[in-house]
Design a binder for this molecule. Structure first.
Ligand code: NCD
Length: 308
């Protein structure tokens, strides 16, 4: 795969060996960071960060990654205060950022919008989440976390839990796991099941998929919990009826496997109670921190800066 000037729009465009390449380079980047948290690998380069939707981890970790590499960041965390308020389109906004930067990171609520932009600008574009569709860099850091914990991804029994209908982190992760030899348990309220096009693909590719609304986690190595995506529900009443569907608290701990881990892309609302945070199963804060080496590696790859 040619990384220089590549766009990262959907995890579906990554082969297994490309995913493994990123994970391997992220591990190298993490080693480099242990020696020194900052470097000058991307000194003089500028990243434009265009966030049209709320974000804490994705936006700040991209910024931090760029700063740790000696680069600079321009952009906005919300469209208020920009010409979008005057009616400027996302494409015109991105075309401006193209002239002001070397790489663009975009989050937008409209599915497909980031791909559309990437087709019209020459600098690399990274999708930091487009509606309920894709969140490829989240998936890479999720896989990186699993690999670090278990030494590999093949053979894992992974449970995806919560809002499997609207969660883009979940959709991307499921699409990536198709390429690995895993067993998947999909636990959600019946109204929030994984879109059938994704489950069908998984089954066709030979992934063992078990869909249920029963909270049985006893056979899972990885429990990937998610937030019910309130902002994507057309009907607020529907949200009210499912918002407390699955809550991980101390009562579920006795059923977990000895070395199971709990992941979550965060932010969490109530689906993981804080009492879980100090248990040996919780890995969601480490997972979020892993976003730094993974995004540092991706920035270097796309800006053609070799670090290995
Ligand atoms: C997720 C997102 O924005 O899709 N958060 C993240 O990027 N870490 C998950 C969510 O909002 O629930």
């Amino acid at each position: 795969m040619k990384w220089e000037k590549k766009d990262i729009i959907s995890i579906k465009e990554f082969s297994r060996s490309e995913i493994e390449f990123v994970l391997q380079k992220s591990a190298i980047m993490e080693k480099i960071m242990h020696k020194s948290a900052t470097s000058s690998l991307l000194s003089g380069r500028i990243m434009a960060s265009l966030f049209f939707e709320p974000s804490t981890r994705t936006r700040l970790s991209f910024n931090s990654a760029m700063y740790r590499l000696g680069g600079n960041v321009i952009g906005f965390a919300q469209s208020t205060g920009t010409s979008v308020e005057k009616g400027e389109t996302i494409l015109d906004t991105a075309k401006m950022a193209e002239g002001y930067s070397d790489l663009i990171v975009i989050r937008n609520p409209l599915e497909g919008s980031v791909r559309f932009v990437s087709e019209h600008v020459k600098v690399p574009v990274i999708n930091a989440g487009d509606g309920a569709n894709q969140h490829p860099t989240q998936t890479l850091l999720d896989l990186y976390t699993m690999q670090k914990e278990f030494g590999g991804i093949d053979g894992l029994r992974i449970c995806l839990l919560g809002d499997l209908k609207y969660g883009r982190a979940i959709h991307s992760l499921a699409e990536a796991l198709k390429q690995f030899n895993v067993e998947l348990k999909l636990i959600s309220p019946p109204e929030l099941r994984m879109p059938s096009r994704i489950t069908q693909d998984l089954v066709e590719l030979g992934v063992d998929v078990n869909e249920t609304s029963k909270l049985d986690l006893s056979d899972c190595d990885v429990i990937y919990a998610t937030r019910i995506q309130k902002e994507r529900f057309p009907d607020p009443q529907e949200y009210e009826s499912v918002k407390d569907a699955f809550i991980l608290n101390k009562e579920i701990l006795p059923q977990l496997k000895e070395n199971a881990i709990i992941l979550h892309p965060l932010p969490r609302i109530n689906e993981i109670q804080p009492e879980i945070d100090e248990t040996k199963y919780a890995r969601y804060f480490e997972q979020a921190r892993n976003g730094i080496p993974v995004r540092m590696a991706l920035l270097c790859l796309l800006l053609n800066k070799k670090f290995w």
